[in-house]
Write a protein that binds this ligand. Structure first.
Ligand code: SF4
Length: 512
């Protein structure tokens, strides 16, 4: 994560990580903290934990959230102040709908007639405007029962869900969820809670991951199995697409709120999730090694050494070397602690670009013909700088191999790529991209090769950013976008169509 140091070089951003635990006699806030630690790669803008704390007047939900990394948001004091309960949820955020500001950090919280609801969301809803209209209707209907105007505060799709859940004073949270969840469209892996019960729900397509784990005396839900491992929970199963789980003193209850139509995100396999995470029965490290083998078959090279772009290119580079018989080596050292920082770098420092992240090992690469394996090309700026740096360090040839197909389409299900016009593969052929980044050759793994490595049927995967086929119907472009729930800057394009400015690529499908 060096985007703040080099903002011209933003990679794809995941939407969020979610974690929830129900475990009497465990330190649930601390377990959540460590769970979020393992999910930090899924969202680095803000973090938060909600706990149900016993008080003299029954349990009460407390939320602590702040901008920054998990380690910056929580210290011992903050965690101690959240201690004492048996139920907690946590969230680390990258914003896909709503700005990256404190009020949009999660978990979101709403008072209800009987207490409160806290909720964390990984994904992105595609019908946020429709839901806001529905909320406005419900808000009016129930104004006598609920304080204030609910819709006034909702500037993220997540806070809309929380607000909608809070508009059923006559129902339990579980019953309210049965009303609200079937009306959500798009990607949502949710964890939420009231004072007594932990809930987890996944959209009918199961676009973002969500798993269930078992503690000796409790249950855990999390975005990735890596977060189960860190708290010592054993993996039980994935939460099924279209499933709502409720966990409390009465045990674990499962209900199906929508017909499942699995379309798991293919990009999780190549880029987003941790290599030690398990998705659909496959350890992602093994999937990525297999993709590297496929890449070597599809794009062989005459070379002396295979090197990864660390860390994300490492498994595919191992597979490439194994399949091709070309030795594997480490030619780049990552500056691991050049992390996200609140210290604004100067322009001079920014100009160092890729050197802030990676340092070439001249003794290893000098005079060598290199195969350099990376996970994705977004704008091409990184690879152009990388090729130049490797040549300056003495490489004889640089052959770039990418363990994903070209990214040509925006994601509306929770990943923030560059806009379509900024994606280098949108306008250029592979040969043209190769020339643009200055490599001796360039090869992307084929979509078929990538899908085969996942062991999941092609029809059960979302591949939209690669092939433009969107598995969940998209509304009109003017009803999409990151800033859709805020006061948008509207641009009248041609007197007929209005575009909403924002990072959510609202107009991406109609742009060249
Ligand atoms: S469009 Fe791409 S990143 Fe988005 S959910 Fe589909 S496969 Fe994943």
């Amino acid at each position: 994560m060096t985007d703040d140091l080099d903002p011209q070089d933003r990679g794809p951003k995941d939407a969020c990580g979610v974690f929830g635990v129900w475990a009497p006699s465990e330190e649930v806030a601390k377990l959540t903290y460590f769970g979020l630690y393992a999910l930090q790669h899924r969202g680095q803008e803000s973090a938060g934990i909600a706990v149900s704390k016993p008080t003299g007047r029954g349990a009460q939900i407390m939320v602590h959230k702040e901008m920054g990394l998990v380690s910056q948001v929580f210290d011992e004091n903050a965690l101690n102040s959240l201690g004492g309960g048996h139920l907690a949820i946590g969230h680390c955020r990258y914003s896909t709908t709503g700005a990256s500001v404190w009020k949009n950090a999660q978990p979101t919280f709403r008072s209800t007639a009987t207490g409160g609801i806290a909720l964390g969301h990984n994904g992105n809803l595609t019908n946020a405007l429709e839901l806001r209209e529905w909320l406005a209707e419900r808000d009016l209907a129930d104004r006598s029962l609920l304080p204030g105007s609910l819709s006034a505060e909702a500037t993220t799709d997540t806070s809309l869900i929380t607000a909608l859940l809070a508009t059923y004073p006559e129902l339990t949270t579980e019953q309210a969820a049965a009303q609200v969840l079937p009306r959500l469209r798009g990607a949502f892996s949710l964890v939420f809670m009231d004072e007594e019960t932990l809930y987890a729900a996944r959209d009918p397509q199961g676009i973002r991951p969500l798993v269930l784990g078992r503690l000796e005396r409790g249950w855990v839900v999390a975005s990735e199995t890596a977060a189960l491992d860190i708290v010592g929970a054993s993996f039980v199963r994935e939460i099924a697409p279209g499933e709502l789980l409720a966990i409390d003193a009465a045990g674990l209850r499962s209900t199906i709120f929508a017909q499942p139509d699995p379309k798991g995100c293919l990009f999780e396999y190549v880029y987003l999730a941790r290599p030690d995470t398990l998705i659909s029965g496959s350890r992602l490290h093994s999937v990525r090694v297999e993709v590297g083998r496929t890449l070597a078959k599809e794009w062989p090279a005459e070379a002396d050494l295979v090197i990864p772009v660390p860390e994300s290119g490492t498994p595919a580079a191992i597979g490439y070397a194994e399949q091709s018989g070309i030795p594997y080596g480490q030619g780049l050292v990552k500056n691991s602690y050049v992390g996200r920082t609140f210290i604004q770098p100067s322009q001079t420092i920014r100009q160092l670009g890729i050197r802030l992240k990676l340092n070439p090992l001249r003794d290893v690469i000098g005079g060598k013909r290199l195969v350099v394996v990376d996970d994705t090309i977004v704008r091409g700026n990184t690879q152009r700088a990388l090729v130049r740096m490797l040549r300056e360090a003495g490489a004889a040839e640089v052959h770039i191999r990418i363990s994903a197909p070209p990214v040509k389409w925006p994601c509306f299900y929770g990943i923030d790529f560059a806009s379509r016009a900024e994606l280098i593969a949108t306008g250029l052929t592979t040969d043209e991209i190769c020339r643009s980044i200055g490599a001796d050759s360039l090869g992307y793994v084929s979509l078929g090769g990538l899908v085969a490595a996942t062991n999941v049927a092609k029809d059960h995967l979302c591949r939209a950013c690669f092939d433009g086929i969107y598995p969940v119907e998209l509304p009109l472009s003017e009803r999409l976008g990151k800033s859709i729930l805020e006061d948008p800057v509207r641009t009248d394009l041609d007197g007929l169509h209005t575009v909403i400015a924002g990072v959510g690529a609202a107009d991406a499908l109609s742009r060249p």
